[in-house]
Design a protein around this ligand. Structure first.
Ligand code: AMP
Ligand code: MG
Length: 421
């Protein structure tokens, strides 16, 4: 038995002719190994990338204790326990311009937000509760020692691992990187993905349609989904249903890419010759996944590249991409942790028909009614060729493997496109 086959066939519920979605995901997850090479990039260029090394703080952020408010910095020990305290103002400290002297007992310093705490003070009294009287600052009863003071290192402490390798860089991480003063960071190299469409009926955009032809839309949705993941793209165009042409395409794709994504050619009737070809070029498993849409799918390895053979139907391409390929490519890119999009539970606005024994990804609209409550309803036609259903939808309504018919008002699982796509 070949290696891949062996690795996945011991998974619970592994049956290539009726593979539950979760088992297929687990199978893919269990074999993918992340790319390991790093490159150093300017801090801003790391947005959307995966950190290649832990980032350890070489400084305290903030570097000094400082005031969290506009007010007066005082010595808490000076404050009387039984009434107002009168203090002499010894000077002013601004953010970026500290008070140089030491603050003696009975004294206070006017401070602005972000100003370094003057030596000797430990507490900030906000300006709204203080009054000036007879050349003195009058502090009312009820102040707590240490109040309104930010401690050095409270955001990022010296020596602490601030971000771990495998963490994705989002706007907050860019800010953290900048707050440590780092101009460059190490990120994982980008994953390279080659993609193409297969089919004798496909016409490329910009040419006139002949009878029986359709425009190749899959390569555009694939381009969009891949580009959003931040991978490097290699577009290999349309490949005809011809063994020699397919073989050339697979060779070219496997030579330079970490992953290959194709559409079409895996349905009953087409799978046989693709299977024979891929059996020679690498190790590819043909799966019938217990899902709708997207039943046929191929997964395997061709040379140095992972291969995802998606179905040809335009909606099935998107559903299988988001169901399997997205997470696999994120894992390949070195992302740690669970990258699956969150699932919400909301009432279904209508009854839905569903057969137990397969997972359905219905195209849905999550919306808020006049009563302020969120519900989900399906878009019109759910045919796997109706790409409009993906465009009208803002979520998948995921009807789980074992689930049967849904009654109006029953909770359903919803995966938002926002954040996913
Ligand atoms: P297949 O899986 O190759 O049998 O294709 C299933 C259906 O999807 C057929 O109706 C194809 O014409 C259609 N299809 C396949 N590839 C594409 C594509 N790249 N763009 C648009 N439709 C496609
Ligand atoms: Mg085809």
């Amino acid at each position: 038995m070949k290696a891949l086959q062996q690795a996945v066939s011991c998974l619970d519920g592994y049956d290539p002719d009726a593979l539950p979605v979760e088992t297929a995901r687990a199978a893919i997850r269990s074999v993918i190994v992340p790319v390991s090479a790093n490159e150093r990039v300017a801090a801003r260029a790391s947005l959307g990338r995966v950190l290649g090394e832990d980032i350890v703080s070489t400084v305290d952020v903030p570097a000094h204790d400082n005031s969290a408010m506009d007010g007066w910095a005082v010595r808490a020990a000076d404050l009387r326990p039984d009434g107002e305290t009168r203090l002499r103002e010894a000077g002013v400290a601004y953010a970026g311009r500290k008070f140089d002297g030491a603050v003696a007992p009975g004294e206070c310093v006017r401070v602005m937000t972000g100003a370094v705490m003057p030596a000797g003070t430990d507490t900030v009294v906000i300006q709204e509760v203080v009054r000036a009287e007879g050349g003195r600052i009058v502090v009312p009863l009820g102040q707590k020692q240490g109040q309104n003071r930010r401690l050095a290192g409270e955001d990022l402490a010296l020596g602490r691992v601030v971000l771990r390798a495998g963490h994705a860089v989002r706007p907050a991480e860019l800010g953290l990187i900048a707050s440590l003063g780092l101009a460059e960071v190490a990120v994982r190299r980008k994953v390279r993905v080659a993609f193409f469409s297969t089919g004798d009926e496909l016409a490329s955009v910009g040419t006139a349609l002949k009878e029986g032809e359709v425009y190749d839309s899959n390569r555009y949705t694939l381009y969009g989904m891949l580009a959003r993941l931040g991978v490097e793209l290699v577009d290999l165009g349309v490949v005809r249903d011809d063994p020699a042409a397919l073989e050339r395409a697979f060779h070219e794709a496997a030579a330079g890419a970490d992953a290959i994504v194709s559409s079409g050619g895996v349905s009953v009737g087409e799978a046989d010759f693709t299977r024979e070809l891929l059996g020679r070029l690498g190790e590819v498993l043909f799966w019938k996944i217990a899902m709708r849409p997207g039943r046929p799918m191929a997964f395997g390895r061709i040379g140095g590249a992972w291969f995802f053979g998606l179905p040809g139907n335009p909606v099935a391409v998107m559903v299988t991409f988001y169901g399997f390929v997205r997470e696999a490519l994120l894992a390949l890119a070195g992302r740690s942790g669970d990258c699956a999009p969150p699932v919400l539970r909301v009432p279904s606005a209508t009854a839905l028909r569903k057969k137990p024994g397969r997972t359905e990804f219905q195209r849905g609209i999550l919306e808020r009614g006049a009563n302020g409550e969120w519900t989900a309803r399906i878009t019109g036609s759910q045919g796997s060729g109706v790409l409009r259903s993906m465009s009208e939808a803002n979520c998948f309504i995921v009807l789980e493997h074992e689930r049967g018919d849904v009654k109006a008002g029953d909770p359903v699982s919803v995966q938002l496109f926002e954040g996913l796509a």
